[in-house]
Design a protein around this ligand. Structure first.
Ligand SMILES: [Zn+2]
Length: 330
């Protein structure tokens, strides 16, 4: 089951229910937050709270005809605009204004929602600005964006900014499972990504599963003091890397893999990412002191920084392998 917006944004849904109840909604809100944090769901939920026939203290019933019409983008007083191609064009904002000037709409209470507001053309933004400056009737506007820095400051200054809460990794994991990704991969992806969109992108990487298996194999060899782990960098791992994103992914997977040994040592088994490794870790790290395990993790995190200074990936990973050997076994 997909998480509801009240589960995903408990604080903000409570906050807005209170504003609806006390009739304190302001004229325009800017909802900003990463993809997958539920911006459109929140905007619609608030609109439902405003129009719902059975709302309880500002909380919509989600069942009545008004709630259903809003859910299905079929409510005459709730208008949503989204980019037409790459941008939101001035004609779209004009359409929005004309919709609200039409006679025969059901009440003077109106909501409009602009998705990807950062994609407004300059013309569209200026047209909207006039609209925001001269509010006619009882209108609440929601501008939605994942990149607030790309909006005109004049637009931002007309809105009250609301930051969406990030998903916790547990919430993200549940979302990914509900999207049909295996439980095992959802758990790993929730540790690699901040949002559903980012996680899906990683999952769609054709080498993702190979990267997981190969890094795991590399680290198991390393813990068994097998120098083939050094050879594997060139023979198995480098071939899986096609671009900067892959580089980053390999490094993040290495960090999680090595971090698991530290988590295991300090009894934080709940947080271990690759649960199937627990027995192996216990058997093969028993001789390694706590401080050495922690230093090993530091070496990996440090490598991440070195990569930014133009060392080749192969060079960096080979050096890391040798350094981990020294750190663990000398
Ligand atoms: Zn309702």
């Amino acid at each position: 089951m997909k998480m509801s917006i009240t589960e995903r944004q408990p604080f903000l849904t409570k906050h807005f229910a209170k504003l609806i109840r006390e009739n304190k909604l302001v004229h325009a809100y800017l909802l900003s937050g990463a993809e997958g944090t539920g911006k459109i769901e929140l905007a619609k939920w608030i609109a439902k709270g405003i129009f719902c026939l059975n709302s309880q203290n500002g909380v919509p019933c989600l069942k009545c005809s008004e709630c259903n019409r809003i859910e299905n983008n079929n409510h005459p007083d709730v208008v949503t605009i989204m980019p037409d191609g790459l941008s939101i064009k001035v004609e779209q904002i004009r359409y929005l204004k004309s919709e609200f000037n039409k006679s025969g709409v059901e009440s003077d209470r109106k909501v409009f929602i602009i998705q990807d507001a950062q994609k407004m053309s300059i013309g569209a933004a200026n047209s909207l600005l006039k609209f925001l400056e001269e509010p006619s009737g009882n209108i609440t506007a929601f501008l939605l964006t994942s990149e607030p820095q790309k909006l005109l400051p004049t637009i931002i200054s007309r809105c009250q900014e609301v930051e969406m809460q990030q998903l916790t990794s547990g919430q993200l994991e549940q979302e990914l499972i509900s999207e049909g990704i295996s439980e095992k991969n959802s758990h790993i992806l929730a540790n690699l990504a901040q949002s559903v969109v980012e996680a899906k992108k990683i999952n769609d990487n054709e080498n993702f599963n190979k990267i997981l298996a190969t890094v795991n194999n590399w680290y198991r060899k390393l813990l068994r003091k097998d120098l083939l782990s050094f050879v594997m960098i060139q023979s198995k791992i480098i071939g899986l890397i096609q671009n900067k994103e892959d580089q980053n992914l390999v490094l993040q997977v290495i960090i999680l893999t090595v971090r698991d040994t530290v988590l295991e040592r300090f009894g934080l088994t709940e947080e271990i990412v690759f649960k199937e490794n627990i027995d192996f870790i216990q058997q093969n790290t028993a001789q390694i002191a706590n401080s050495k395990l922690v230093n090993g993790l530091n070496l990996v995190v440090e490598s991440n920084r070195k990569l930014a200074s133009n060392i080749s990936m192969q060079n960096m990973l080979e050096t890391l392998t040798l350094n981990l050997f020294d750190c663990y076994f000398k």
